[in-house]
Write a protein of this length. Sequence first.
Length: 84
Amino acid sequence: MKTGKLDKRHTGHSRFKYFASFSYTNIHKFVEVRNWCWENWGPSAELDIQGLQDQKWAWIHDSYNTRIYLASDAEYQWFLLKWK
């Protein structure tokens, strides 16, 4: 798992500040983290169908990326405490 800060090169940069990226060989970890996010911050949706809702997190899983997106420093720090 790789984490980082989003910038204008990344999809979702206008609504989210951080991401956690997963490889396809580590997809079970993505599912585990996504379930943890759901339990801690409530329901969300995939980034491309989420619309303009104000969410604390979202995800994307397609042929190019498998990522969790986090909205602010607060969510990112909580995430790091658990997963890093």
